[in-house]
Design a protein around this ligand. Sequence first.
Ligand code: MRU
Length: 349
Amino acid sequence: MKKQHDSIRPIVWQDDHLELLDQRVLPHSYKILEYTDVHEVADAIRDMIVRGAPAIGITAAYGIVLAARQRYAENSGAWKETIQADLDYLAASRPTAVNLFWAIDRMKRCISTINGEPVSPLLAEAIAIHEEDIAANYRMGELGAELIEPGSSVLTHCNAGALATGGYGTALGVIRSAYAQGKIKEVHADETRPWLQGSRLTAWELIQDGIPVTLNADGAAAWLMKQGKIDWVIVGSDRIAANGDVANKIGTYNLAVAAKHHGVKFMVVAPTSTIDMSVASGDEIPIETRESSELLDLNGNQIAAEGATAWNPVFDVTPVEIIEAIVTEKGTINKPDQFKMRKLMEDKL
Ligand code: MRU
């Protein structure tokens, strides 16, 4: 059953095809795109029609259902071989969010168990991934809200909401739960240059669900903290290393440093599918760099000086030492470190 403030579902499997809410054109257009081809699904991930770590993983899982249907129809005896190129193509869509590789691995394990028609078992697995993500978000919402005192003001970055997940969100799931409990005085959101996930997506989805939000330029965040207006910074993650270092949208590290300086607490909310125990620290996390045009242009019009070049890493890494809490569906780690991370992941098994 849906929770309060929980109306948005960006990914829908409809009968025989996948539907994605086009996040490039929100909030000005509400456009649903339909997919029957795995390569088009991978391109949708690369082109940010769907974005956010858990949403990318769920979309890839449904993409693999489409791939299996395509390859099985072409050659029912060889589909397990021919699908490998599709899995590689999906894996090449975006490098940082580990949920993509986690979902592909889980679907691969399912493929290895199939004898005969593949669509039904793979669709059941993709739906399970999708539903488990929403359930994890509900659980993290409860756990994260427990950390928040009544009357708190919070600041979030990027979009770690329903749009970035199967539904409800990670960081925004905590904000939704705490708001429903009457604990939140104000929600602030960084606009999140250059792609404006904050002003376009986070503001849109909170307003849709009846939660007031105040936007600020990314550069205003430290000053907002200096005024004593923020109790918690709450963000999601694209990949958490074994030692607890957190990769997330570029600008998250700035926020964590500013929060530490101002005595503001810093919470990361992410399902265990975002934890990558195979990378020892954040230094090993691949950081995606996108086209410089995302910085030099706005809506297709050049805004930067002619001749300027741009550097556009789209994620950064926040060191574990300055994180107050990591909230997962398996529990909360206060003052995380590599030992607490290992314990959480071992308890998971
Ligand atoms: O480039 P994006 O929009 O895919 O980046 C998304 C983020 O950085 C989110 O904060 C992260 O994926 C967590 S989403 C629950």
